[in-house]
Design a protein around this ligand. Structure first.
Ligand code: PHE
Length: 369
């Protein structure tokens, strides 16, 4: 018979501490889940080799949500109530983290999202979600980064926006970008939308083509963005596309086949950053997995390490004590930068702009908060 699972939020009974990872391991955003999982497991392996946390070894239990918010909620509930997860890690996508957040709060199990950037994930209206944290910046900043880059570096005046209306991240980032771009004197000449998984973007792109555009802002996820880029080129649209962290995937380049050359996106890190912390991680990750880590892998690693650091400092391993320790994270040297959690449970960090050339992303600029 199976041992009874510990009560949610209570101290774990066995000698294993479980990180419950909710991830898109399959579906249109499968690289998000896969990379994050690799980053988390690297951090956990290292921590276990160094003796674990308070004498206990850590394990990672990963549940696939197939890229669906409802499944993310089911997975989070299962991890907490059946698998005895001490901490929840995930999701990448804001819509799915938004589905998990109430479950973390009501069960008093701390949750750290590595990469969800929509502000509402950690703060719903006026109310901070007590158990929910992130180790990345938020989209009001990310939107500003590309708006400034477009105005000041690329000298662009007229932009079309193409957003995924079913995606909280995409809708939010499109709004934050547009507001800042207008503030800086630019004009949004078209605002079109699509839904994740659409295959044909020609109607929206044709509408956009007929305006005097100098760029198209597409804050979506890589599969859709790559198809959009190809169809834009087929229609003779030559202007750069611009986007956000949701572009970050090896698949972006495989699907786009060069259609994104000359385009730009904001992200959490660049593998070309010469800092020893980053180069050390890139080397270690390559040795372990045989590939260059994307931002998801870096932030998965950082999220797990922030949890581990907090668990070591916590007065005991109950949810409320770990929560208190995570909340006090200050000056933690992570791979993606120094993590100071603010009063809304967000990390305040710089962003990078990457330029795509020869179907590869290269460092173009760093923007500080
Ligand atoms: N920031 C995106 C979101 O909130 C997720 C993402 C982060 C995707 C980093 C790719 C890289 O939905």
């Amino acid at each position: 018979p199976q041992a009874a699972a510990p009560a949610a939020g209570g101290a774990p009974a066995g000698d294993k501490l479980v990180f419950g990872h909710v991830a898109s391991m399959t579906g249109n955003e499968a690289t998000f889940g896969d990379s994050t999982d690799k980053g988390i497991k690297l951090a956990v392996d290292e921590a276990n080799k160094a003796g674990g946390v308070k004498g206990k070894q850590l394990t990672v239990k990963t549940l696939d949500d197939q890229g669906k918010p409802e499944e993310a909620a089911v997975a989070a509930t299962r991890l907490v109530t059946q698998d005895g997860a001490t901490v929840l890690l995930g999701e990448v996508a804001s819509s799915r983290s938004l589905a998990m957040a109430p479950i973390a709060d009501s069960n008093k199990v701390p949750m750290i999202t590595p990469t969800s950037t929509n502000p509402r994930v950690t703060k719903d209206g006026d109310k901070t979600r007590p158990y929910v944290f992130r180790v990345c910046f938020i989209d009001p900043f990310q939107g500003t980064v590309m708006a400034k880059f477009a105005r000041e570096n690329l000298k662009i005046n007229n932009v079309a926006v193409l957003r995924d209306v079913g995606n909280d991240y995409s809708v939010g980032l499109a709004n934050f970008f547009a507001a800042k771009f207008k503030d800086l004197g630019g004009t949004i000449v078209a605002d079109e939308s699509y839904k994740a998984g659409d295959q044909d973007f020609k109607a929206q792109l044709t509408a956009i083509k007929n305006k005097k555009i100098q760029a198209i802002y597409v804050p979506g996820y890589y599969t859709d963005v790559a198809l959009i880029a190809r169809q834009a080129r087929e229609l003779g649209i030559k202007v750069p596309l611009m986007g956000g962290d949701g572009w970050d995937s090896v698949k972006l380049y495989e699907i786009a086949k060069g259609a994104l050359d000359g385009s730009y996106f904001s992200n959490h890190y660049s593998s070309e950053d010469p800092s020893p912390v980053i180069q050390g991680f890139v080397k270690k990750y390559k040795e372990t997995y045989g590939s260059v880590p994307d931002a998801l892998a870096v932030l998965g690693y950082d999220a797990a390490n922030v949890a581990i650091d907090a668990m070591k400092r916590a007065k005991d391993l109950t949810g409320p004590s770990i929560r208190d320790a995570i909340e006090q994270t200050k000056g933690y040297q992570a791979v993606s930068g120094v993590i100071n959690l603010d009063q809304d449970h967000n990390a305040v960090k710089s962003a990078v702009v990457l330029a795509i050339k020869n179907n590869e992303a290269h460092f173009a600029a760093t923007v500080n908060p």
